[in-house]
Design a protein around this ligand. Sequence first.
Ligand SMILES: [Fe+2]
Length: 239
Amino acid sequence: MALTQEALRKKYNVFYRRFHEMHAQLIEKGLGNRGHGTDHDMLVAGYCLLIAGDDHRLAEMAWLAAHLHSIDRFFGDDHEKVTAEMLGTAVGVLGYDTPMIAKDPICGIEGDDVSIVLDAVIRHGRRNEDEDSSTLVVLKDADRLANVMPYVIARSGQFQPTLPVIELGYTGTAWHPSSTYKSPRSIHDDLLRCLEWHPDSGTPFAIRTQKAREIGEELFVYLRGWFTLSDKHMKMAGL
Ligand SMILES: [Fe+2]
């Protein structure tokens, strides 16, 4: 049976409380949440548990990583240090400048597993690589599912509030030729890139696990429908 969010929140109660405190502080400073607040991390964490299924060690590692994976959005060059410190509250490691070894294995992970979690958090935004750990594969798939979930349409606008929703002439499945993944010309173009997460996209960003494929099926149908319907009505309006 898969682990539950509730069980892990109890087990890692200090870490979980610190996670919420950190995001509350970011919001207080006017930095949060830009589409990467607690709700996103917790959704990714829930998907991790579903994807990992009966492999509880893997589920636990990916669940921890999910709660840390948005830190890079807020802390710039310090994100690795902050991530390590936060992970330390979960597993009792000594700190960022010391070996990542659990000194009190109160949790199901210890030793090298701590480094694997940290590595997964740091590398979760990169393209798929053969050497990705199981934890990183689960985290990447879970994050990609969250990034095709219907809420992503609003989140994308929150993250890049100065971008136009569309550039006229580039609706449907057409994107502006100068748009890139890191620098889209519109929210439309940003969302269009999310279709690259599809397991059959043939891109190095495709979802890889069978469970994520199953969960994502209806999400991709919905997101594709958003483009199709929007394009239809733009054309109806002569745009
Ligand atoms: Fe994410």
